[in-house]
Design a protein around this ligand. Structure first.
Ligand SMILES: *Cc1c(COP(=O)(O)O)cnc(C)c1O
Length: 470
């Protein structure tokens, strides 16, 4: 399988070449040349496989430059009951008739990003060892991504992580999760500023200083990485097999969305012919994507028009993976995608699609909706009172919008993207009680913290990196 850029660059690459890269050279995102289709016999063979082996079967369709036995070993090392809490890895729980929650958040940091990041850590370690290279990951986080990256890379040979975060702005639980890591290859940098300052530092250190980037072998782990996306395809298959008895049945998925990474994996699963009826996209008050699927206008927002909400991992103004879907929607026309994303969006901050929108709904199964703080509180309360199940704020957005798109006879699987303990304040507001805390997180706020406070100054961050790269 070869990979191409969504903006039409002529180069074609193998999986391990794009694994350690970010964007394609023309600023586009990598996608496979085609989506392998799974037929009925393959689906029948996959039903009932343990999660790690299902992951191997799916990944091996996309990876032809890692020997099969190595790839299988990587999958088995990644998706274990020890790391993800259950033998099923992504267990399904029924709420009302035909509505299920698929638990993606029982990994080390209690959010769905672990599903892909844990695999990425093992793939990085494997590929860097094979090349005899090292990588220094520089990232910015306001919570979930940074901790998932650190827990995936801790103790990995050949990898160091330098993770910036806005000082004092993450929840005490999130700070404790990250800063309590004592691994020598993990560096927490609390920046005296806001999240935008952290991102700005990354741009200055990486995009604007190629000499520094090259000398210190700086890389990223952001959500545009294809390896993360393909890892997420697996749990759509695993959810389907748990919710159905035969491969004739169809299901729908509802996905709380921000950067369009999670639901883009659902789109890939559907392109592979997994019987998915609808992909229900849910946003919070930051409804860039809901606006697109309702109106055909994709209008990115500035940071002052991006609200701070109680489902903060979806507070985005520009969906970094969205270009992949638009590429497919436009019949994989790289020149058109380039015109929209690098010209029209840059010049006008928006673009509008017309006749394609019917295709998005009818051929690609996309529908959408939005959910507000009041909706989250009501959904969390209702789910607790009727089913005795406590859900987090992002999952509540998904469930609220899922119910608006129920169809008779089609099971609806809502992806649970985090556990309530990560967003305790809103749970207390909704239920008047603290969320349950998994035993392994008892008292983490009291553990010693390993963090360096730095001013919001790219030069100081670069000096820190230089001093810590042996
Ligand atoms: C990252 C995240 C999301 C959004 O996922 P995307 O892939 O960015 O669409 C939703 N919920 C939680 C809890 C997250 O951490």
């Amino acid at each position: 399988m070869l990979y191409l850029s969504t903006r039409g660059h002529p180069d074609r690459k193998h999986f391990c070449e794009i694994l350690l890269e970010g964007l394609a050279p023309d600023g586009g995102l990598y996608l496979p040349e085609r989506y392998p289709k799974v037929d009925a016999a393959t689906l029948a063979k996959w039903r009932g496989l343990p999660y790690a082996d299902l992951a191997f079967e799916i990944l091996s369709l996309y990876i032809d430059d890692i020997p099969a036995e190595d790839l299988r070993a990587i999958c088995r090392k990644t998706y274990t009951a020890e790391v993800f809490g259950t033998r099923e890895i992504v267990p399904l729980k029924q709420l009302e008739d035909g509505v299920y929650l698929e638990a993606l958040s029982n990994g080390p940091t209690l959010a769905f990003k672990d599903m892909a990041m844990q695999l990425l850590g093992n793939l990085f370690e494997y590929e860097l060892a094979r090349r005899g290279e090292e990588l220094n990951i520089l990232g910015a986080t306001s919570g979930d991504t940074g901790s998932a990256a650190e827990y995936a890379m801790r103790g990995k040979k050949g990898v160091r992580v330098f993770m910036t975060s806005p000082q004092g702005r993450m929840s005490p639980f999130q700070q404790a999760q990250m800063f309590s890591l004592q691994d020598a290859n993990i560096h927490n940098l609390a920046v005296e500023g806001v999240f935008d300052d952290c991102q700005d530092i990354i741009v200055k250190a990486v995009s604007n200083d190629l000499a520094f980037k090259r000398k210190y072998r700086i890389g990223t782990v952001n959500s545009i990485n294809w390896a993360r996306l393909v890892a997420q395809v697996v749990y759509y298959f695993a959810g389907y097999f748990q919710a159905t008895k035969s491969n004739e049945e169809r299901v729908s998925f509802a996905v709380p969305s921000g950067n369009f990474g999670n639901i883009c994996a659902g789109h890939v699963a559907r392109m592979m012919a997994l019987p998915i009826a609808q992909l229900v996209l849910a946003t919070n008050e930051n409804d860039v994507l809901d606006e697109f699927f309702r109106t055909g206008t994709y209008r990115v927002r500035g940071s002052k028009d991006t609200y701070e909400t109680s489902s903060p991992s979806m507070d985005i103004s520009k969906a970094s993976n969205f270009e992949r879907f638009v590429f497919d929607l436009l019949g994989r026309d790289g020149a058109k995608v380039r015109a929209l994303f690098s010209e029209e969006l840059a010049a006008r901050g928006q673009f509008t699609l017309g006749s394609e929108m019917r295709k998005a709904r009818e051929d690609y199964g996309f529908v959408s909706g939005r959910s507000t703080h009041a909706d989250r509180l009501a959904t969390i309360r209702d789910t607790w009172e009727r089913f005795g199940t406590m859900i987090d704020t992002h999952t509540a957005d998904g469930l609220k919008v899922a119910r608006e798109h129920r169809r008779a006879g089609v099971p609806m699987i809502v992806l649970e993207t985090a556990l309530p303990i990560k967003f305790a304040e809103t749970i207390v507001e909704a239920l008047g009680r603290e969320p349950d805390r998994p035993a392994k997180f008892a008292g983490i706020e009291d553990l010693p913290k390993r963090v360096t406070v730095l001013p919001a100054d790219a030069e100081r961050v670069k000096q820190f990196i230089a001093a810590h790269c042996a």
